[in-house]
Design a protein around this ligand. Structure first.
Ligand code: 5GP
Ligand code: MN
Ligand code: MN
Length: 480
């Protein structure tokens, strides 16, 4: 629709700067992916984000990009933390939606033939679905402690082991959290959802490692062919959603002058240094802590289920957290911009941090090989473990893709697929056991609604922003 793209080099496409854009925009994709990305409003949304004050270098879209709220999903923007702004739409509604991988020393042989027993036990014990009910039922005091202390709270309460914190970004605690900036309504929504998957795109999947591409890195990550791993994908539930809603409204109202200069109302942003920028940042960091605890409590439950099903301790089964990555966050980070070190609010919206080997923020256990990056594909396709690549700091503010990325809307998907059929096919053809709260969810998340994850990862690897380490394939999957 009239958006010009110039090829910079293999897999790098640029939308040149024009009217109101402060920087050019870039899409990182193969031609096949670019064609899918061009199908919805993604490119227009990407162009729009280039209008934000303080945007540095380029507005970026990762290879899995698709249309989102304001920013595209797959969008990365480095907005100057002194002269720029922060935008809730650039973080997304599900603050710190993310995935973690738990490794085990079980092999596929240990699980094959017992998939149904395992999937039933997981489904019965890991809370999922729309409404309430989590691993812990709590009052506001507990919610506030979680917002304040993140995974340290989980450790103190016996839901985590110390290594879980070592293998999480920021050791599972965002120090900039400000629980007082989170509304009562948000806290109330979080109260009975602590330790719950939620619905739709969120899932828990048992997988087996099918391929190893970089032996040395896989070894550092504790991965080997045929090993069983568990992937947990969920976010901050109603609490994070309410934080986003609250601050979008406040920012739209108070910073209407800035909004009037932007091409899309969904880009509402608070200028760096303003009261609302600080408050939103504090509230968002609190929601980040909440999401980490959410994934931790599900990890705790998963360990208990494996202990019951396989009759061994989780330590004995080597059920350690490999790593936990965030999909939807903004973070103050220092990056080189036009040859100068600047503090930026790096917005990653449906994108994953991918810091390279040697970066001081990579956990000590992985610093020599680079940060683990976990890229889910779909319930019927492979998923990947990558490591942050050597080019990520220069190209993408240390980021890469977060998944395969949708090619069709949920509504479209429900017309296209029938949940029961999808489930039966997966079981009969691929021995993948899926259990969901509703058939509609299975249709909305059918493998066919997603792009080709192999292609997304191939682009990431070729660009050197995230390098392939291992590929996995689903064994069983539970969904909300
Ligand atoms: P999002 O965070 O955007 O909701 O999802 C991230 C990615 O997860 C999607 O782009 C998709 O590739 C992947 N995904 C969605 N459902 C499943 C699933 O059931 N299993 C796996 N392995 N990946 C999934
Ligand atoms: Mn989410
Ligand atoms: Mn997500």
């Amino acid at each position: 629709d009239g958006i010009t793209l110039e090829k910079v080099r293999e897999y790098v496409w640029e939308i040149p700067r024009e009217d109101g854009m402060r920087v050019p925009a870039r899409v990182l994709a193969s031609e096949a992916l670019l064609e899918q990305i061009s199908d919805d409003k993604t490119l227009q949304q990407l162009k729009n984000t280039a209008h934000l004050p303080g945007i540095s270098e380029h507005a970026l879209c990762m290879p899995d990009g698709h249309q989102g709220y304001g920013f595209p999903v797959g969008g990365v923007a480095g907005l100057d933390a002194e002269e720029g702004c922060i935008s809730p739409g650039g973080v997304g509604y599900d603050i710190n939606c993310g995935v973690r991988m738990v490794r085990t020393n079980l092999t596929y042989d240990d699980v094959a033939g017992r998939e149904e027993e395992l999937v039933d036990a997981l489904f019965a014990n890991v809370p999922s679905g729309l409404g309430g009910g989590g691993v812990v039922e709590s009052g506001i005091d507990t919610v506030e402690a979680i917002l304040d202390r993140g995974m340290e709270w989980a450790l103190e309460e016996g839901y985590a082991v110390p290594a879980d914190l070592d293998h999480c970004e920021d050791e599972g605690v965002r120090e900039d959290s400000d629980p007082a900036a989170v509304s009562q309504k948000a806290k109330d929504r979080g109260k009975n959802q602590i330790g719950s998957l939620g619905s739709g795109n969120h899932f828990l999947e048992v997988q087996r490692v099918t391929d190893v591409f970089r032996e040395d890195v896989a070894e550092a990550y504790g991965l080997a062919e045929d090993r069983i791993v568990v992937l947990i994908h969920c976010g901050s539930r109603g609490l994070g959603h309410q934080v986003c809603t609250d601050y979008l409204r406040k920012i739209e109202k108070r910073h209407g002058d800035l909004l009037a200069e932007l091409p899309d109302k969904e880009l509402a942003a608070a200028p760096a240094g303003s009261e609302l920028a600080e408050e939103y940042y504090g509230a968002m960091c609190a929601a980040i802590n909440f999401a980490w605890v959410n994934r931790q409590l599900i990890t705790h439950r998963t360990r208990a289920v494996f202990e019951r099903v396989f009759g061994r301790d989780h330590e004995e089964m080597g059920m350690e957290l490999l790593y936990d990555v965030a999909h939807n966050i903004a973070k103050k980070e220092v990056h080189e911009v036009d040859g100068e070190e600047r503090e930026l609010y790096v917005h990653r919206k449906g994108a994953t941090r991918a810091f390279p080997a040697g970066h001081p923020e990579v956990p000590a256990a992985y610093r020599e090989v680079g940060q683990p990056v976990i890229i889910p594909g779909s319930m019927g396709a492979g998923s990947y473990v990558l490591r942050g690549g050597s080019e990520s700091m220069a190209e993408t503010f240390g980021s890469t893709a977060h998944g395969a990325g949708r090619v069709m809307s949920r509504t479209q998907a429900k017309n296209e697929f029938w949940g029961e059929d999808v489930r039966d096919d997966l079981q009969d053809q691929d021995r993948i056991y899926v259990k969901a709260q509703s058939g509609a969810t299975v249709a909305e998340e059918a493998p066919g609604v997603y792009k080709d994850v192999d292609e997304v990862v191939r682009v990431s690897d070729a660009l050197g922003i995230g390098d392939r380490v291992a590929r996995t394939f689903p064994v069983c999957n539970i969904k909300g």
